[in-house]
Design a protein around this ligand. Structure first.
Ligand SMILES: Cc1cc2nc3c(=O)[nH]c(=O)nc-3n(C[C@H](O)[C@H](O)[C@H](O)COP(=O)(O)O)c2cc1C
Length: 404
């Protein structure tokens, strides 16, 4: 039988995803001022589920209240929001979809508006044009690392209790687990640094700790970079080894992404599926299915990726933010492509300064619109609406970037 985008996928543990579409995580920033889940989240996720996507990954949920990545993050440390989390999960599971909660800790990529002294594997400051937005980190001690591992595990247990279908560990995009994997960021000389085996120890301990608590039937996925795309960061060779090891340990799904927020590949436009060649190679080496995220925009591109066995699942972030019902449209033969636009303020020097900010604000604004029953603004190329949206919610702190 030929596999199509509408062929169900069975994970190793028997968990079935009804088709090959995955909504990749996009931080909704719809949490309350005290970082709790809110009803608009349920509306947004119900819309995605009703749009036909088989697997929906939540925007990153923070596992540690003292370490947040963005304004409006949801934090899960314990049971206090179980009811709200149940509503969030059932907005998808009641509508024939699966929902995985993405779990994250930002490490040093926590902006200075949120963290006076962020924590990291080692004292290596953020770099790049947005570095001014981050305070210098301090190095975690071993008992703090153990605490963070426990926080990831606790959050997974709460997710399971709340009815989420699974969890995804976020080890990509320059956040804490990616920092541990990267020899550039991780200069530790204890058992959490140095060799690759040591640099991935935190990830392994998180995974094994979760598995022990949630059991074999509860899917645990991993989002990981194909490489950091920098000379001394986490390399492709390392990434392959980590994926192989996690596969041996029993991970249920690997989502491949790449780079970090300094690198345009995380958010490029019009370059095609970025990581498909890498994924093809990996697919030959492991048992777990693979999701590739980044750059899909055409029906043909998505179909080809599945037909050519380049990936088991097609991950879509911005396209599904803009068109939440792509799978249904495609089934009806009514989706061909989506155009994502560069937004401009009309002033080139200003665009250069606020471009990365606008990129995120715009998609947050569109998720907020969907969450409130409004249609998305697919034809807009004007950045001012998105900037206005962020200022209205965050005041002047909207000017401080929240990613590297
Ligand atoms: C507004 C926005 C928020 C994002 N938030 C997350 C996140 O919380 N976790 C994550 O793993 N990736 C996040 N991403 C990255 C996407 O999951 C995805 O890897 C990237 O957008 C490339 O996929 P695309 O070309 O389909 O948009 C975000 C992207 C955008 C645009």
């Amino acid at each position: 039988m030929t596999t199509t985008l509408f062929t169900p996928l069975k994970l190793k543990n028997g968990f079935e995803i009804k088709n090959r579409f995955m909504k990749a995580a996009t931080s909704e920033t719809l949490g309350s001022a005290d970082n709790r889940p809110t009803p608009p989240l349920n509306n947004l996720y119900r819309t995605w589920a009703k749009g036909g996507t088989g697997l929906i990954i939540t925007g990153n949920v923070m596992v540690d209240d003292t370490a947040k990545g963005e304004f409006g993050n949801v934090v899960v440390e314990d049971d206090r929001d179980l009811r709200a989390l149940k509503n969030w999960a059932s907005s998808v599971t009641d509508n024939d979809g699966a929902i995985f909660m993405q779990l994250n800790h930002p490490g040093k990529q926590s902006p200075r508006t949120m963290s006076k002294t962020p924590v990291a594997p080692s004292v290596v400051p953020m770099e790049g044009s947005n570095a001014f937005a981050f305070n210098n980190p301090r190095a975690l001690n071993r008992s703090e690392i153990k605490d963070i591992i426990q926080k990831f595990i606790n959050a997974a247990v709460v997710a399971q209790k709340a009815g989420f279908s699974g969890v995804e560990i976020h080890a990509a995009h320059g956040y804490l687990l990616n920092q541990f994997l990267s020899p550039h960021d991780n200069r530790r000389v204890d058992e959490y640094g140095g060799s690759l085996e040591n640099r991935m120890r935190i990830l392994e301990e998180i995974y094994l700790g979760m598995r022990e608590k949630v059991g074999a039937d509860f899917p645990i996925a991993l989002k990981i970079n194909s490489s950091d795309l920098s000379a001394d960061g986490f390399s492709e060779a390392d990434s392959i080894k980590v994926i192989q090891k996690m596969d041996q340990l029993g991970i249920d799904l690997i989502e491949i992404s790449g780079g970090n927020y300094e690198n345009p590949l995380v958010q490029g436009i019009g370059k095609g599926a970025f990581f498909i060649d890498y994924a093809k190679k990996i697919k030959q080496m492991i048992d777990a299915p693979i999701a590739v995220t980044g750059g899909f925009s055409t029906a043909e591109g998505m179909e080809n990726a599945i037909d050519s066995d380049g990936t088991d699942i097609v991950g879509l972030a911005r396209p599904l933010v803009m068109m939440p019902d792509i799978p249904n449209l495609m089934k009806a033969g009514r989706f061909h492509k989506i155009d994502l636009h560069y937004l401009s303020t009309g002033l080139k020097p200003l665009d250069k300064k606020v471009g990365s900010l606008v990129g995120l604000s715009f998609y947050q604004q569109q998720m907020d619109r969907t969450a409130h029953g409004k249609s998305t603004q697919r034809d807009t190329e004007n950045a001012w609406g998105a900037l206005g949206f962020s200022f209205k919610r965050q005041g002047l702190s909207a000017l401080i970037p929240q990613r590297g």
